[in-house]
Design a protein around this ligand. Structure first.
Ligand code: GLV
Length: 316
């Protein structure tokens, strides 16, 4: 019988200890015999690691790792670690319960924008039964990035009756979603009134939405970013909000997190800041995906055959 797999858990801000029990439960369900240990810097001869922004020395100390599981969808910071061994397979979460929560978050803000709900909220709410009601055609919503999360968002938005278009690196056909591919970004943006950014951060998407691209959006467009902040040039976004080209921005992700207290986004009247909570990683579904992945690797499956296998050259 194969020796019991030891799994190092190094989740920094996500509180490693709180993941041990869900991981154990998920293992029992997956029929996997593994021991999970919060990684404290000492070598435990781990065969796998479950990480979120792990300490860099993990990879130098644990030299028997066969794969590393990222306890989130975005892997840009893990891939940027020079300590990450080049040949070590990296797996990321695919949906794992994040997608429906992020879709809910986006739909909440769509209702807020399209019904001008801010009028009725806050310390001085409008108390007018006859307040304007929008009765025109719903705005066109454009979803940038159609992976597991973007696709779920696009479908949730379409289910509320919005015309939805989606842009993805490789063409994707989703029922009810008008598809745009790589060479059609400008055309996609020109017809988008509410832009939802769900892009991962890669060499191709870094600074993608700069002044020129954001200016393609029609005047009065809104932006919701639940992907990665590095896809948008902050200064260009602020300038277009100030000039009135863009009506508002809802930002859940930032180039520096936590967002520094003196950052202009906190204080800008057209910007809503939320602290990276649109899709908090739910522990049990995430643990299940990780345990199933380990079980399949232990059974001899190649890492590249698993959901969430990261193509390092592509960046996600
Ligand atoms: C959150 O941002 C994630 O990458 O899962």
């Amino acid at each position: 019988m194969a020796e019991r797999a030891v799994v190092a858990v190094a989740l920094s801000s996500m509180d490693s200890a709180s993941w041990i029990e869900p991981l154990r439960q998920a293992c029992a369900t997956a029929g996997l015999d593994a021991r999970f240990e919060v990684w404290d810097g000492r070598r435990i001869d781990a065969r796998y690691a479950v990480v979120w922004l792990p300490p860099p020395q993990l990879f130098a100390v644990e030299r028997s790792l066969r794969a590393v599981f990222n306890a989130g969808a975005g892997v840009e910071r893990l891939l940027a670690m020079p300590e990450l061994p080049p040949g070590l397979p990296v797996l990321r979460l695919v949906d794992a319960g994040m997608a429906p929560k992020m879709a809910e978050y986006v739909c909440f803000f769509l209702a807020r924008i399209t019904r001008a709900l801010d009028r009725f909220l806050g310390p001085n709410p409008l108390r007018d039964w006859h307040a304007d009601r929008p009765r025109g055609a719903p705005p066109i919503v454009g979803v940038l990035g159609l992976g597991a999360i973007g696709a779920r968002i696009a479908q949730a938005v379409a289910a509320f009756g919005y015309p939805v278009r989606g842009w993805s690196r490789t063409p994707k056909q989703l029922a009810g979603i008008e598809a745009f591919a790589a060479g059609q970004l400008d055309e996609f943006l020109a017809g988008t009134q509410i832009l939802v950014d769900v892009l991962p951060l890669t060499d191709e998407t870094r600074d993608l939405l700069d002044r020129a691209r954001l200016s393609r959006l029609p005047r009065g467009a809104h932006l919701i970013n639940v992907g990665r902040a590095g896809t948008i040039v902050d200064a260009d976004l602020l300038a277009l909000l100030d000039e009135g080209h863009l009506a508002s921005a809802v930002l859940d992700v930032f180039r520096v997190e936590p967002l520094p207290a003196d950052h202009l986004f906190w204080h800008h009247p057209k910007v809503t800041v939320t602290p990276h909570l649109s899709g908090p990683t739910p522990r049990l579904p995430a643990a299940r995906q990780i345990a199933e992945g380990i079980a399949r690797l232990e059974a001899g499956a190649p890492a590249a055959a698993l959901p969430g296998y990261v193509d390092r050259a592509r960046g996600y």
